[in-house]
Ligand binder design. Structure first.
Ligand SMILES: [Zn+2]
Length: 427
């Protein structure tokens, strides 16, 4: 058993919408899971193999991006880019969810045949069960796109193989009849699938316009990019979808229409429904790729819209966990509480910020500094490329860990090698 204590935490953000900042300054981790959270004297009673002093900085749950379109491996064909997932991990997004895969020739959009979507869902599920980008990132891949001809038997077969999500409905280019969609959704629900939908204009030239009436009839778990992916639906469409879908999560993305994102925020706030917020990225998109897409959404919600920083963080952690976790018990991320995976990010205000700590910096609109990323209790890196510097640094077993030269700041941040059997540190 490997035990780790993280202590001297200035602010400990639970990731839980209702619990906010915890009255605690230390976390005890055993075998990759959070064992307890409390005062330092309390958590250190049993001793520990590794003691991490975070020097008064803020600790948050590893961020979750619930809207991505992956390829296989750490590669984005759309941008001919490699290493993007590793970089995203080192910036603090430790878990991502795939809506469906996206690369040239994939049998999802081209004719959208049943065997193509089934094969894609299964292969991506199984590939990412074996593969953790950057050695540590958790990727929940393998969602099924609904296409014409898909049967209940097909959905049951996939479910038996471990597929548990229907990817954003409205992407398929071949379903024209809303009754077919509703029939498939009822099968999916019977089988215990998570369901997300698009809203508004088709995201591809041939895909269906998702009306608020159809989205309300589907009763999704999440309305994906309600502020447009990337073109926003008109406000009355957005409002009717929010009103018609009960308590389902409402996702906003930085690549969508930010004016609409703000309007959605104001409406949720005025109707006491802010707990429905989740943020996603929809990356990689042709609009660009941001390893800090989730951070930018948090900054937007907090500094522009006025949401408390701990709640903005919850929209990228605990709210996502609430939405997805009930469908898959292995989704034990997103909150700092006993029993969950010890996926943690140490953040700080960057030098020069008017914010005295990370949460104040977020509320002021400044990109946060990153000083350590932990997955399953193991330190996997101090920071990403050009992560904003942190004012302070962590100490591991009394040893200062910080970058000291421009090269490490910008291009080549030190890595700590992850091993599931215990921590291996490159010191
Ligand atoms: Zn998408």
């Amino acid at each position: 058993m490997v035990s780790t204590i993280i202590h001297n935490i200035g602010k400990l953000v639970s990731g839980d919408w209702n619990r906010g900042v915890l009255n605690a300054d230390a976390i005890r981790i055993e075998n990759g899971l959070i064992k307890n959270v409390g005062g330092y004297d309390e958590v250190r009673k049993e001793g520990a193999d590794v003691v991490v002093d975070v020097n008064g900085m803020t600790v948050i749950p590893g961020l979750i991006d619930p809207h991505t379109h992956l390829s296989f491996g750490d590669f984005s064909p759309m941008q001919h880019m490699v290493g993007l997932l590793t970089e995203t991990l080192l910036q603090g997004t430790t878990t991502i969810i795939d809506e469906w895969l996206q690369f040239e020739g994939l049998p999802l959009f081209y004719g959208a045949d049943v065997n193509g979507v089934k094969a894609t869902a299964l292969l991506s599920l199984k590939a990412y069960q074996n593969y953790r980008p950057g050695g540590a990132m958790k990727v929940f891949a393998g969602s099924i796109m609904l296409v014409e001809g898909l049967t209940k038997q097909d959905l049951a077969e996939l479910r038996n193989q471990g597929v548990w999500r229907v990817g954003q409905i409205g992407g398929s280019t071949n379903i024209r009849d809303e009754r077919i969609i509703l029939q498939m959704v009822s099968w999916a629900r019977e089988l215990g699938y998570f369901v997300s939908t698009n809203l508004g204009p088709g995201v591809l030239p041939e895909s269906l316009n998702m009306t608020p009436e159809l989205v309300s009839a589907i009763k999704p778990d999440k309305i994906a990019h309600i502020n447009g992916g990337t073109t926003a639906p008109p406000w009355d469409v957005v409002k009717r979808a929010i009103d018609g879908t009960g308590d389902c999560k409402v996702e906003i993305i930085p690549y969508g229409n930010l004016k609409m994102a703000m309007r959605v925020f104001e409406y949720l706030k005025n109707t006491n429904q802010l707990h429905r917020l989740v943020v996603g990225s929809d990356t990689p998109t042709g609009q660009g790729y941001l390893p800090v897409a989730i951070h930018r959404s948090i900054l937007f919600l907090s500094s522009v819209c006025g949401l408390d920083a701990d709640k903005a963080i919850a929209s990228a952690t605990g709210n996502v966990a609430d939405c997805y976790g009930k469908y898959y018990s292995g989704f034990n991320v997103g909150k700092i509480e006993p029993g969950r995976a010890a996926d943690l990010v140490v953040i700080d205000s960057p030098p020069g910020s008017v914010g005295n700590d990370a949460l104040e910096a977020i509320q002021a609109g400044d990109m946060i500094g990153v000083a350590g990323v932990f997955v399953d209790g193991n330190l996997v890196g101090l920071r990403g490329k050009d992560s904003r510097p942190s004012r302070r640094n962590i100490k591991l077993n009394e040893k200062d860990l910080k970058v000291t030269c421009p090269d490490e700041y910008l291009f080549d941040p030190p890595r700590f090698y992850y091993r599931s059997t215990g921590p291996t540190y490159l010191l």
